[in-house]
Design a protein around this ligand. Structure first.
Ligand SMILES: C[S@@+](CC[C@H](N)C(=O)[O-])C[C@H]1O[C@@H](n2cnc3c(N)ncnc32)[C@H](O)[C@@H]1O
Length: 314
């Protein structure tokens, strides 16, 4: 991230979500009523252009040409994560669920998902992004919740569990942690330290996180669209720095106290939400969404990993 500036990539994700909500009521995958609030003037103008007749097709075509697959991957993964949260919250527990968004950016799930209304929400993010988000939400009125607990941290610098800083966080209550669009911008130590403290939350908790296939860092030219994407990310000060080999993911997580429940790549989750249209979508195939259960608080569980089958949640 650029010093003193909120995350550009977080803003682009908000743009893609705002644009999705403007598609026709029969075709759109979700509506995010707050997304447009977070956009700076040029990106707000893009949303404005998408409202005029023929504008949306033009805007989508331009974005998809410039960054192949990114918009559709962000939209489909938003649905996949929403559905995983909704399915998880169907489970009854004796205690109230808690919801933690790590690197929350301009994500608005606590405000827009009905299933999260009863959950206690926490957002952990870099101070520069969090300050901008809070300022933009200030005038949002009744659509925005006012009970979010905000905790500012830099994952690359401070590797202690930030939740412990909030006395309302209940370490014995089940928690859904969403870590979306973040690991690929961190260093390996920060990912490791964050996963280790995530694994200390109550058993029965769920971690939903995204990561990139590390092959895209080693061999970017083998993927469609990476040239322009890498240039844009470098300009934003948010280059791709960390990835995992999907084959290694079950062991990687087991070593850190998690059991992998599902792991889907962008081609797969786009197919799930866009149906046959997804067969013509190219780009961002290296992007993945994983769901893991907290297995044994803070302990390695490699020995038991083989005993569990990998299930698919949706
Ligand atoms: C691509 S955005 C994702 C935002 C949101 N989760 C989403 O999916 O739309 C990356 C997020 O990671 C956060 N981030 C990046 N580096 C960070 C760091 N070192 N410490 C804390 N947060 C960081 C940014 O502030 C931003 O909110």
């Amino acid at each position: 991230m650029q010093p003193g500036r909120s995350s550009r990539t977080a803003m682009y994700n908000a743009l893609f979500r705002a644009l999705e909500g403007q598609r026709g009521s029969h075709t759109r995958l979700f509506v995010d009523p707050l997304a447009a609030r977070f956009l700076t003037a040029p990106l707000a103008a893009v949303v404005g252009l998408a409202k005029v007749p023929g504008g949306a097709a033009l805007v989508h075509r331009y974005i998809d040409h410039r960054w192949p697959g990114v918009r559709t991957s962000v939209v489909a993964r938003t649905c996949l994560i929403d559905d995983t949260i909704n399915n998880t919250l169907d489970r009854r527990t004796a205690k109230r669920w808690q919801f933690v968004a790590l690197g929350a950016g301009f994500d608005t799930r606590p405000h827009r998902l009905t299933s999260l209304r009863q959950a206690l929400p926490f957002e952990v993010d870099h101070p520069d992004t969090q300050t901008a988000k809070r300022a933009r939400l200030a005038g949002a009125g009744a659509v925005a919740r006012t009970d979010i607990r905000y905790i500012a941290t830099d994952f690359n610098v401070d590797q202690r569990c930030p939740l412990l800083e909030d006395h309302e966080y209940d370490a014995t209550a089940p928690t859904i942690i969403v870590w979306e669009g973040v690991t690929n911008y961190l260093n390996a130590d920060a990912v490791d330290a964050t996963l280790r403290w995530c694994s200390t939350v109550a058993r029965g908790s769920i971690l939903i996180f995204t990561y990139i296939d590390r092959n895209v860092i080693d061999d970017p030219s083998s993927y469609v669209g990476t040239h322009n994407l890498a240039k844009s990310l470098a300009r934003s000060g948010e280059p791709l720095t960390f990835g995992i080999d999907p084959q290694q993911l079950p062991g990687f997580l087991a070593d850190r106290g998690f059991r992998l429940l599902s792991d889907r790549g962008a081609s797969d989750y786009r197919l799930l939400y866009y149906g046959d249209c997804a067969r013509n979508m190219r780009g961002h195939e290296f992007y993945r969404v994983a769901v893991a259960g907290v297995e044994r608080s803070g302990q390695s569980s490699r020995s038991t990993e083989a005993a569990h089958s990998i299930t698919t949640l949706s």
